[in-house]
Every structure is written in structure tokens, then in C-alpha cells.
Design a protein around this ligand. Structure first.
Ligand code: NAD
Ligand code: IPM
Ligand code: MN
Length: 366
């Protein structure tokens, strides 16, 4: 039987609450006898800062490098608003992404049929929606240098962030997007702002060339990122795969989440390059954050994190059958009317985080 090491980094706020539901699913996977998952847990984010004075310890980084996959809950919160910038909770997550070279962030936005009325958009706009946002995750303005605030001395300061992309970074993320599209609707929208940004000009040029040379069977549309934001609300079903840079991908994925009913529904996979054995470093996490406004009350929606675990089973452990079963169980409990507060609708049965976990496990064991 295949066995895998999974590092759990629950993090801050609602992170530990939603991760607790994944731990129950790990046990379920082990009970199926199809694979053996061994888990270890460590700290990331504000809780790691409190313990070690760093948003992630060297020991936790080592474990992340050696594990077969990492599951992360969420980091951040008002408690750490005043810690030094390089030690803020988010720095732990950014270091994981950068050091593990997780350049490809897959953020599927799928509207489960039962939730078409929970979206802030009209039912007919979102019913059946299935978009894949492919966000470049290790470059762009998140990591470009210089990145600094300079005191100009007269009560004025100057802040600089730098957006940098090199050809190879755009080529590899474009290939991920085209390969995904070939297995889906065969359509890629590449979103940038070539009208104002040099990185947008290069992005457009490289995506166009990769398409022409390697993926001319896939339909490619270039779209300015601001128009893409508008089109996502106007008629989201026009999209199949959207490939975009680190910052636009962050914003567009939060936006797309509302078409699915809630940010609490959006999972993600962050993948590195394939090694010679066809394996990739990978981290799985919900798209949402630590939700300080609802933390500690057992009311957060655990589905984004549970669906991220399903992506982990599929992409890192080759357990697509078990991933399908978990996604099927999510669809089933939604059909049965179970709703956390963020997706609550009239006439449905409101449950908390643990109860949603209970319902999904019952559906799996039925
Ligand atoms: P957030 O995603 O934490 O919350 C935004 C809103 O969505 C809140 O009203 C929250 O209650 C709601 N929400 C989020 N997840 C939910 C869930 N599972 N169920 C129900 N409702 C949910 O974003 P924010 O408030 O802007 O950021 C809070 C902190 O989280 C910040 O420190 C930020 O940096 C951090 N953050 C971390 C990650 C991550 O760890 N990957 C992602 C985004 C934000
Ligand atoms: C996300 C988050 C992160 C990002 C933060 C917490 C660093 O918003 O994963 O979407 O901006 O990438
Ligand atoms: Mn974000």
C-alpha cells in the first residue's frame, strides 16, 4: 500500500478549526485501506511567531521540504498587526511558497448546483460554473526588489514595490494553464495589463509564443485584467481557464469565489515543477484567510479546506477516486440542505464547522 507523509500547518484564526475536519478525513482515508497517510503538525503564522519569534521555524521548513505534501489552514490576524514586517504571519506562508518554488497556484471556482441561489450573482449566471484560475505564485510584485519604505525626512515617505517577471516564469505558468485547458474546456484567457505595465507586455508576448509553438489546438484570448474582473461578474461562464500574475490572481480569485456562494468554498493547490520521478512539491490551502471576525466560534465553513485536501489526494497522492468521493460527499450534504452561516439560505439546516465535518463524514460512510 502506498504511504505518504503529510505536514499539517493549521495556522491562526479559523485555520485550526477547519484543519480539524481534515484530520478526521485523513483517518477516513486510512480506514479505506487504499493508502496510508502519516501526518505531523507544526506551527505557521502568528502562532509560530508567538512561539519562535519567526512566522515559520527552520524545523517546520525542513519538514515542509521533506513531506510528500503540505496542508495549510490560514495565517494572520489583528493580534500581529504591529510585529516587524518580515516577521508578520503572512511571511511564513510566502516563504513556504518561495522556498518550495510553488509557482503554479490552481484555484478552481466551482458552483455546486445546490448553492446557485447562495451566490450574490443571479442563479442563471452561476449555475454549472466551473472556472480554473491559474495564478503565478512565486514572482511578480510579491517578491520583486526593491521593496521598501524610505523616510524622505520632511514628514514624507516613499514606498516601493517592484513587479518583475522573467520569460521562464511566464513560460512555465502558461504551460500549466494550457495543459489544464486541454483536459477541460480548451479555452485560456490570459489576463494582464499590457496597456500600462512592461511586465504585461512581456506576459502577453510569452503567452502568445508558448501558445503558437506548443498549444495551438487550445483557444487563447488575451484580456486586460480590469476587464477580466468586470467580465467575471457580468458573465462568469464565458471563462474556462484564466492565467494571470501573482497579484491579479489573488484579487480575481477572491472575486470569483462569490460566484460559488462564499469564499469559504474555494480550495487551492500550489504546485512546483515535476522532478525526474514525475513528483511535485505541493501545498494545499483554502483561498480564504484566518477570518478573525468569526474565529473561535466553530461556525467557519470547512468546505474550502476539505476540498483542498481532496485536491491533495488527487494531485500529490494519485488517489483521484477518494478525491471524487470527498467532492461527491460535499455535493451530497449541500443537496441535503446542510449550510454553514456563510452559505445559509431560507429553509436550510444551519450547522457549525464540526457539524459540517460530521455531515461530510456520514455521507462518506453511508
Ligand atoms: P479572510 O479571508 O480571512 O476573511 C474575509 C471575509 O470572509 C470575512 O468576513 C470572513 O469571516 C469570511 N470568511 C473567510 N473564510 C471563511 C470561511 N471559511 N467560512 C465563513 N466565512 C469565511 O480575509 P481578511 O479578513 O481580509 O484577512 C484576515 C487575515 O487573514 C489577514 O491577516 C490576512 O493577511 C490573512 N489571510 C491569510 C490567507 C492565507 O492564510 N492563505 C489568505 C487570505 C488572508
Ligand atoms: C492568499 C492570501 C495571501 C496572498 C496572503 C495571506 C499572503 O491573500 O493566499 O490569497 O496574498 O497571496
Ligand atoms: Mn488572497
Amino acid at each position: 500500500m502506498a504511504s505518504f507523509e503529510l505536514l499539517l500547518l493549521p495556522g491562526d484564526g479559523i485555520g485550526p478549526e477547519v484543519m480539524a475536519q481534515v484530520e478526521r478525513l485523513v483517518q477516513w482515508v486510512n480506514e479505506t485501506g487504499e493508502a496510508e497517510l502519516e501526518t505531523t503538525s507544526d506551527l505557521v503564522g502568528g502562532c509560530a511567531y508567538d512561539e519562535h519569534g519567526e512566522a515559520i521555524s527552520e524545523e517546520a521548513m525542513k519538514q515542509a521540504v521533506s513531506a510528500d505534501a503540505v496542508m495549510l489552514g490560514a495565517v494572520g490576524g489583528p493580534k500581529w498587526d504591529d510585529v516587524p514586517y518580515d516577521k508578520r504571519p503572512e511571511a511564513g506562508l510566502l516563504r513556504l511558497r518561495k522556498d518550495l518554488e510553488l509557482f503554479a497556484n490552481l484555484r478552481p471556482a466551482i458552483c455546486y448546483p445546490a448553492l446557485a441561489d447562495a451566490s450574490s450573482l443571479k442563479r442563471e449566471l452561476v449555475d454549472g460554473l466551473d472556472i480554473m484560475i491559474v495564478r503565478e505564485l512565486t514572482g511578480g510584485v510579491y517578491f520583486g526588489e526593491p521593496k521598501e519604505i524610505t523616510d524622505l525626512g520632511d514628514g514624507q515617505k516613499r514606498a516601493v514595490d517592484t513587479q518583475v517577471y522573467e520569460t521562464y516564469e511566464i513560460e512555465r505558468i502558461a504551460r500549466v494553464a494550457f495543459e489544464l485547458a486541454q483536459k477541460r474546456g480548451n479555452l485560456v484567457h490570459s489576463a494582464e495589463k499590457r496597456n500600462v505595465m512592461k511586465t504585461g507586455v512581456l506576459w502577453n508576448e510569452v503567452v502568445t509564443r508558448v501558445h503558437k509553438d506548443e498549444f495551438s489546438d487550445v483557444q487563447l484570448q488575451h484580456i486586460l485584467a480590469d476587464n477580466c474582473a468586470m467580465q467575471l461578474i457580468r458573465y462568469p461562464k464565458q471563462f474556462d481557464v484564466i492565467v494571470t500574475d501573482n497579484l491579479f490572481g489573488d484579487v480575481l480569485s477572491d472575486e470569483a469565489s462569490m460566484a460559488t456562494g462564499s469564499l469559504g468554498m474555494l480550495p487551492s493547490a500550489s504546485l512546483g515543477a515535476e522532478d525526474e520521478n514525475g513528483r511535485r512539491k505541493a501545498l494545499y490551502e483554502p483561498v480564504h484567510g484566518s477570518a478573525p471576525d468569526i474565529a473561535g466560534r466553530d461556525i467557519a465553513n470547512p468546505i474550502a479546506t476539505i476540498a483542498s485536501f481532496a485536491m491533495c489526494l488527487r494531485y500529490s497522492f494519485d488517489l483521484g477516486g477518494l478525491a471524487d468521493r470527498i467532492e461527491g460527499a460535499i455535493a451530497k450534504v449541500l443537496d441535503q440542505g446542510y449550510r454553514t452561516a456563510d452559505i445559509m439560505q431560507d429553509g436550510k439546516h444551519e450547522v457549525g464547522t464540526t457539524q459540517m465535518g460530521d455531515a461530510i463524514l456520514s455521507a462518506l460512510n453511508a
